[in-house]
Write a protein that binds this ligand. Structure first.
Ligand SMILES: [Zn+2]
Length: 310
């Protein structure tokens, strides 16, 4: 099959299979439609093929019973299927590019650019809301947070509904949720778990957030598990990258507060000589960090969450 089947049939149903939207790249999909009409929620995961908590949560969403929901959920649980099979970090093995930097993509580009283009032109425009599920990759640890497009109130409301303790307002181009926001679709990128780990606790945390969003959208009758707090802490994220390659020694733990000027970590050579000292430019706290000892020049080292003004 080249393209997705009809999303709204007016009949309660579950449909799943594989599609080949861009030539020889095959991806799985699932549709769950309730008998009653309602919003269309798009859920994607596996943009990063080794973020297993997000993939397992998406797999569970496509097993939801149509009797429970109003409207339609389209789930694309593993967008980067080759990356999943090869356990690759960040990139699509077909072209070595990070799909979550390629949006809005190109119709005649490389595999990740064409996949992004297909999503932006054929999938995103139909959605009433969009969740792109992530979690720390094999080399990243994080304390759970959501990311929403800065300035989009409806996306910010999704972040509040999802209910993770921290929500990051993000600008920038190239990202899934940013491309969807440009089409006017409220979008949210939850990050749960890290180092590729997944289990009942982390998948359950992701599922509880998805169900709260579905309840918020009127797709799922209550009660749903309440969020641990009424509102997340809203922040922006500052991400220093490695000025040089070497061995990475972080000096701060997840969620630990940091002050501007404080040392966040060092990059050393194999004999212990300090090649670079990374200092915070912001007051805030640690959202995520690279846990790999190996770091290459230009790679993100960590994220500092800085409380939003007002
Ligand atoms: Zn990711």
């Amino acid at each position: 099959m080249k393209t997705l089947p009809t999303l709204r049939t007016g009949q309660a149903r579950v449909e799943h299979g594989h599609i080949s939207p861009i030539g020889d790249v095959e991806i799985p999909f699932g549709i769950v439609e309730g008998a009653e009409s309602g919003p269309y929620l798009l859920v994607t995961a596996g943009v990063h093929g080794s973020e297993y908590c997000s993939i397992e949560a998406a797999v569970r969403v496509l097993r939801m019973s149509p009797e429970r929901i109003k409207g339609t959920i389209l789930v694309l649980p593993i967008l980067n299927l080759q990356g999943f099979r090869k356990r690759s970090i960040y990139v699509m093995p077909e072209d070595g590019k990070n799909l979550n930097r390629m949006f809005p993509g190109k119709p005649d580009g490389t595999v990740s650019e064409r996949l992004a283009h297909w999503l932006v032109t054929s999938v995103y425009p139909l959605a009433d809301a969009y969740l792109d599920l992530h979690g720390g990759d094999l080399d990243e640890a994080l304390a759970p947070f959501t990311i929403f497009p800065n300035g989009c109130e409806k996306s910010k409301a999704l972040a509040t509904a999802f209910g993770l303790p921290v929500a990051v307002a993000a600008g920038g181009e190239g990202y899934t949720i940013n491309a969807a926001y440009r089409l006017g679709i409220p979008s949210l990128l939850p990050e749960v778990s890290g180092n590729g780990l997944w289990g009942e606790e982390s998948v359950g945390q992701m599922m509880a957030g998805i169900e709260r969003v579905m309840h918020h959208l009127g797709m799922l009758a209550g009660p749903v598990q309440a969020a641990p707090q009424a509102n997340p802490e809203f922040v922006t994220m500052w991400v220093p990258s490695a000025p040089v390659g070497g061995l990475w020694y972080a000096e701060k733990d997840l969620s630990e507060p940091v002050a501007a000027g404080e040392v966040l970590g060092e990059i050393r050579d194999v004999f212990g000589a300090v090649l670079a000292t990374i200092r915070s430019e912001k007051d805030g706290f640690i959202l995520y960090r690279l846990t790999s000892l190996s770091v290459n020049q230009g790679e993100a080292l960590l994220g500092v969450g800085t409380p939003l003004e007002g």
